[in-house]
Design a protein around this ligand. Structure first.
Ligand code: NDP
Length: 318
């Protein structure tokens, strides 16, 4: 588990703007669990962060000065930005956002990477059918909260798993999940899944991995689909843990387990954003955010993801 001492801030001079570049003032930053993976010196789908260089992640910013024909001063943009109050970026790396359609931080959450992850992971891999049982771990987080609602829209029975009574109440009362399990106070998760899923689990949207997933997978139905989205319970592990061997369960249930990275679906992002925006506009999808204030709170907000400090999307307002 990283600690705040592993982060520091510095004051630096920015380079002169070159043609095609913009000077931006950061408004919001996204903190995401995948960033933990980039802190390992290991080959992955995103390159490791470099020691002594700023963290880079999803951000929303305002154009302060522009030498790019694509932007005007005061445009609000999103893109991959360094954790810096101001920075110089290439115009082509940023996209303008329309804050009259949705509040700016939504573009880091429901109308951004986490929303698209929920949409494509559930619909393209999970393929839920009306009346089926969908179980979601990390159900009160940025991705999970969207998965639960889409599964309800598709007519499924939805069981969420989360780590506090406050989150359980939120998922039941605001997001109308059929059953919610607090994994921190439930001694026998396998039994809890058995009891809340009498017809067994048809789709498991896995955001966390570890023993929670072992308990869910022990209860899968024939032809179940397991959507391997995240494994946050293992991101700080220093050794590869040995869990139950899952292959016999997958074999005897003719089940499918598939990992994915949201970028796999980038040709379809426009369709995803249009559908998610439409559902938000129609009031069919609601959203929850935890907005932490202050640039200097970035490390604490990021670390808070690993102890469940967020409900919905964790965002830092600069
Ligand atoms: P969340 O908003 O869900 O935040 C993380 C949550 O994970 C915490 O709030 C906490 O909730 C839970 N958590 C933390 N540690 C543990 C643990 N040891 N065991 C169980 N739960 C834990 O994050 P996101 O919605 O952004 O991401 C969810 C998952 O999806 C992550 O694993 C992430 O890496 C993955 N992801 C994958 C993508 C892909 O392309 N495949 C894209 C985006 C995200 P609680 O209080 O309930 O414990």
């Amino acid at each position: 588990m990283p600690s705040e001492e592993q982060f520091r801030t510095e004051t630096v001079s920015l380079p002169q703007l070159q043609d095609g570049e913009v000077l931006v003032k950061a408004l919001y930053f996204s903190v995401d669990p995948y960033m933990r993976g980039r802190m390992n010196d290991a080959k992955s789908y995103a390159p490791p962060y470099k020691v002594d260089e700023p963290i880079v992640g999803g951000g929303i910013a305002k154009i302060v000065e522009t030498k790019s024909a694509n932007f005007q001063k005061d445009d609000i943009v999103q893109g991959s930005l360094p954790w810096a109050t101001e920075s110089v970026a290439k115009g082509q790396s940023l996209q303008k956002i329309d804050t009259s359609l949705a509040p700016a931080p939504y573009y880091l959450g429901i109308l951004g990477m986490p929303g698209l992850t929920a949409y494509f992971g559930l619909l393209h891999i999970g393929k839920p059918k009306e009346g089926e049982t969908v179980v979601i771990s990390g159900a009160a987080g940025a991705v999970g909260i969207v998965v639960g609602q889409i599964a309800k829209l598709k007519g499924c029975r939805v069981v969420g798993i989360a780590g506090s009574e406050e989150k359980i109440k939120l998922l039941k009362e605001e997001f109308h999940l059929d059953e919610v399990i607090n994994y921190k106070t439930t001694p026998d998760m396998k039994k809890a899944i058995e009891e809340t899923c009498p017809n067994q689990v048809d789709v498991y949207f896995d955001n966390v991995g570890g023993s929670i997933s072992d308990a869910v997978i022990a209860n899968i139905n024939f032809h179940a689909r397991i959507v391997l989205c995240g494994q946050i319970a293992l991101y700080n592990a220093t050794e590869v843990p040995t869990g139950p061997r899952l292959q016999p369960m997958l074999l005897t249930r003719s089940a499918l387990m598939q990992g994915f990275i949201v970028g796999n679906f980038k040709e379809h992002f426009r369709e995803g954003i249009e559908q998610l925006s439409q559902w938000v506009k129609e009031g069919k999808l609601k959203y929850e955010e935890t907005i932490v204030e202050g640039f200097d709170q970035l490390p604490e907000a990021f670390l808070g993801l690993f102890s469940g400090k967020n409900k919905g999307k964790m965002v830092v307002k600069v």
